[in-house]
Design a protein around this ligand. Structure first.
Ligand SMILES: NC(=O)c1ccc[n+]([C@@H]2O[C@H](COP(=O)([O-])OP(=O)(O)OC[C@H]3O[C@@H](n4cnc5c(N)ncnc54)[C@H](OP(=O)(O)O)[C@@H]3O)[C@@H](O)[C@H]2O)c1
Length: 198
């Protein structure tokens, strides 16, 4: 069985999103960009849609997302919409997945948070670890069938995970619940006390 194909690129970190999509026709490509309403996610959404892609911005703040989607939609050819997704809430991830219809060709796991101290989700998990890793893991596995269908249509589907060099400072410590400024990403995956059953 052949191994995974290594993707190579002529671009480096100085390239802009517009330079990367220049000359490409992405008509018919369906993409999801998490955290698409601001920052790198918005630039990614704009670039993909400017090349004709159909982009769903998966956003936590739906009103702001809709405003951003309308602005992009008015500016570029590809259709753009905002759909609610809170990666810190696995129920929200499940609802996003359940509502998704049809194939998916590109999933950009862009959203991320950096907390200045210990914050936990309702389930008691450390917030950064949930938003940056577990939520995206649940989203990606939930959308697997859609990505598989997209793959059959367009010579493979793609999953892009944005990350940070900050993770290279240390490994994840699976044994401690310790957390604090500057080390939450790597040191606090363990959940706190579980909430009582309903
Ligand atoms: N910018 C950099 O220099 C840099 C460097 C290294 C890595 N990165 C990585 O690149 C990615 C994008 O960075 P950025 O600079 O564009 O960040 P940003 O401007 O802070 O945007 C992050 C996005 O994530 C969304 N988000 C946060 N929590 C969420 C949740 N629970 N559910 C859904 N969405 C959530 C935010 O939504 P709200 O608007 O609702 O808060 C926002 O749209 C991140 O993964 C980051 O770690 C960036």
């Amino acid at each position: 069985m052949p191994g995974p194909r290594l993707l190579t690129t002529e671009f480096d970190g100085s390239a802009t999103a517009s330079e990367v999509v220049a000359g490409h026709d992405l008509s018919g490509l369906r993409a999801v960009v998490t955290g698409g309403a601001g920052g790198i996610g918005l630039a990614t959404t704009w670039a993909l849609a400017s090349a004709g892609a159909d982009v769903t911005m998966a956003v936590r703040a739906l009103d702001a997302g809709r405003t951003a989607a309308a602005a992009v939609d008015a500016d570029v050819p590809g259709p753009v919409r905002a759909v609610h997704l809170d990666l810190a809430d696995l129920g929200s991830v499940a609802r996003f997945v359940a509502a998704w219809e049809g194939p998916l060709h590109l999933l950009v796991n862009n959203a991320g948070v950096v907390t200045s101290g210990l914050e936990r989700t309702r389930e008691g998990w450390e917030l950064q670890f949930v938003v940056n890793y577990l939520g995206h893991f649940a989203l990606t596995t939930g959308l697997h069938d859609a990505l598989r269908r997209g793959s059959a249509e367009r010579d493979g589907s793609r999953i892009v995970n944005l990350s940070s060099t900050a993770l290279m400072r240390a490994d994840v410590d699976w044994t401690t619940r310790t957390s604090g400024p500057g080390r939450t990403t790597r040191r606090s995956p363990m959940p706190g006390p579980r909430p009582p059953p309903p």
